[in-house]
Design a protein. Structure first.
Length: 185
């Protein structure tokens, strides 16, 4: 009976998932010249094949922390931020502490970006206004519309108060505005 119980216990232990230990790597990222914090820096841990094992960003105080699981062999701890030179260190396979602390001092460099060409396009309102002028439509100044808008309860009343001659204004809610030129809605 005892032998069977031991065998069963051994089988359960062999099949049960084993929690791999996680190593916490944390630290600070500071600017080399001023020793001020560098927020938004990207910190990555890569294995020897270049696979990213963990990644995070530094907070407003330059602090960061990572949990690395399944670390086999040496890893590279890399810090990058636009406007700063990349910095990295290699953590050897023999470093087995539960928590590692690192402080990075990044050197500021001028960020060179590619040329960006911005071309302004005519807004949709400008296109429609120019099309209205091209077609010979009557266009009311916004100031004039603003004066009459407060007295009108709907678009029909607004157009009546402005004195439009080229539009048949509907009398009922189910009718449409019709052009006098072609009688179309």
């Amino acid at each position: 009976m005892r032998h069977a119980l031991r065998t069963l216990l051994l089988a359960v232990l062999l099949v049960a998932p084993v929690a791999l230990p996680a190593q916490v790597i944390r630290g600070l990222v500071r600017a080399g010249g001023s020793a001020g914090p560098v927020p938004g820096a990207t910190i990555t841990v890569r294995d020897s094949a270049g696979t990213v094992l963990a990644m995070t960003n530094s907070d407003s105080a330059g602090a960061w922390a990572l949990k690395v699981r399944q670390r086999r062999g040496p890893v590279e701890l890399r810090v990058r931020r636009l406007g700063f030179e990349m910095n990295s260190i290699t953590i050897g396979a023999d470093v087995v502490a539960d928590t590692l602390d690192y402080e990075f001092l990044l050197t500021e460099v001028a960020a060179v970006a590619e040329e960006v060409r911005v071309t302004a396009a005519e807004s949709q309102n400008e296109k429609r206004l120019n099309e209205a002028y091209r077609r010979g439509w009557k266009v009311f100044d916004p100031e004039l519309v603003a004066q009459h808008r407060e007295r009108a309860s709907d678009l029909g009343q607004l157009l009546r108060s402005l004195g439009t001659a080229s539009i048949y204004i509907p009398r009922g809610p189910n009718e449409c505005f019709r052009a006098t030129r072609n009688n179309q809605c």
